[in-house]
Design a protein around this ligand. Structure first.
Ligand code: SF4
Length: 461
């Protein structure tokens, strides 16, 4: 049964990666809380001799530096949460490699430095590609040890415990996949947005107003990320010398409009909005997991187009975002939204499917057209590998978001005029994505060991 809440899927947090930045920060924060409980129980009389060791495995080790995983972990150990973290501070931790920091607890101050985080590049002994181990030591003896998995989109699991499932409220209308959702929807006699709203009220334990207000807050952060990206120029951090292009793309769109090239201008606008949020993400600024940070540019771009260019009301877009979320829940529960687990098809493919459902809903599509739009968008991302150059969420990620937004719109168009029954259902394409991702070599799953990451710098550039 799907128990994911809208507010678990769409989370506000810093870039550049939900699995490598947001998830590790949340895990570190949770470990901090457990250290605190442990210290209170043991009543250790002195703070001398304590230290914390963090070990990163698999894809988390392979591309952790490029994703700022070490800085996110330190922020989490200091008690910071992704939504509230001070971005300025976060992006400057460990600038001086030997600098000694302190992690304060009430009566204890635990020293910490960058070298307390170990990137283990050897083949991982853990089943999940994004594994973190936290250890609290005193005089080199282990006092507390916890292993976490960052499973994509900022979601975390603790070894042996499904954290996100603890004390979870149940939805009003349970379903596990799209076919079950349609059956429940027909029984409920509700529209799809009211159906999802009722479920969200149950899952998030908020009132109707509380849910809609929360969605509006998410939409506002998305909007700000587009505005932020459209207003900036220059080179993105990380050493690849990738230039921001959203601003000039937007200026091009305006020029095209003045030349009455409206078709080109539409593409240019959607591209500019997607580039804008993705560039903000790459720069470590605040974005929303949609469903991940790597794919965070697609849905904001589509919302920006619908709100600012088409003048659609917020109330309709809030409900459209609920519909997009439903597609994300189904993918997450039946396959994965993590590039480290199933490749980029799981990130950008999922985001494009969600955005296609959003377009379909706000333009009046019924549940079958929504399903078809999402299916088409996902189908044409199947097999897409995750191969970020130098492990940075920049190339191919930023342009991939722009293309994802365009594909989402086209998927909606293809579905909106369809009269025949699709040969492949949404559930079937999700299963195809899962199987394809499982067959992909780990080189193509956020390890920066294959594809563009491997050919970058070869002769011929
Ligand atoms: S290639 Fe795709 S999945 Fe991989 S980091 Fe970039 S956006 Fe994420």
């Amino acid at each position: 049964m799907i128990t994911t809440s809208f507010f678990e899927l769409f989370k506000i947090g810093p870039g550049p990666s939900s699995s490598h930045t947001v998830g590790p920060m949340r895990a570190a924060n949770r470990f901090r809380r457990n250290i605190w409980k442990f210290l209170q129980k043991t009543q250790e009389p002195t703070n001398k001799g304590f230290n914390i060791r963090v070990e990163l495995y698999g894809a988390l080790a392979a591309t952790g530096h490029g994703h700022g995983t070490h800085r996110a972990i330190f922020a989490g150990l200091l008690g910071q949460e992704p939504k509230m973290v001070d971005i300025e501070q976060l992006n400057h931790y460990f600038e001086e490699p030997q600098k000694k920091y302190t992690i304060p607890f009430k009566n204890w101050n635990i020293p910490f430095e960058e070298n307390d985080i170990f990137f283990d590049y050897s083949p991982s002994k853990y089943w999940h590609p994004n594994t973190l181990k936290f250890v609290l030591l005193k005089d080199h003896n282990t006092l507390l040890e916890e292993v976490y998995f960052s499973i994509g989109g900022g979601f975390i699991e603790k070894e042996g415990i499904k954290i996100e499932m603890l004390n979870k409220p149940l939805p009003k209308y349970p379903y596990s996949n799209f076919a079950e959702l349609v059956a429940q929807l027909e029984k409920s006699n509700l529209s799809i947005d009211d159906f999802l709203l009722e479920n969200e009220i149950a899952l998030s334990e908020r009132s109707t107003e509380g849910v809609l207000k929360g969605i509006q807050e998410i939409m506002e952060v998305m909007h700000q990320s587009v505005l932020g990206g459209l207003s900036k120029e220059g080179i993105l951090p990380g050493g690849l010398n990738v230039s921001r292009r959203a601003k000039s793309m937007y200026e091009n769109a305006l020029k095209m409009e003045s030349q009455k090239r409206y078709g080109d201008a539409f593409f240019a606008r959607l591209n500019a909005y997607a580039l804008a949020t993705s560039e903000e993400n790459a720069d470590g600024q605040m974005v929303v997991t949609a469903p991940t940070n790597g794919a965070a540019g697609i849905i904001p771009a589509c919302l920006e187009y619908l709100k600012n260019d088409c003048k659609m009301p917020d109330a309709l877009l809030q409900r459209g975002l609920l519909v997009a979320g439903m597609i994300g829940y189904i993918v997450k529960e039946n396959a994965s939204i993590s590039g480290a687990e199933l490749g980029c098809q799981a990130e950008v493919g999922s985001a494009a499917a969600m955005a296609a459902a959003l377009f379909s809903f706000v333009y009046g599509g019924d549940i079958h057209q929504i399903s078809s739009a999402a299916e088409i968008a996902m189908e044409h991302h199947l097999g897409m590998t995750c191969d970020p150059i130098k492990g940075l969420v920049q190339v191919p990620c930023i342009e991939r978001n722009a293309n994802g937004a365009i594909k989402a719109y086209n998927a909606y168009l293809l579905a909106s005029t369809r009269t025949s029954k699709p040969l492949i259902s949404f559930d079937q394409v999700v299963e195809a994505m899962r199987q394809t991702g499982n067959d992909l070599s780990s080189k193509y799953k956020e390890t920066a060991r294959g594809g563009l990451a491997a050919t970058y710098g070869m002769p011929g550039s």
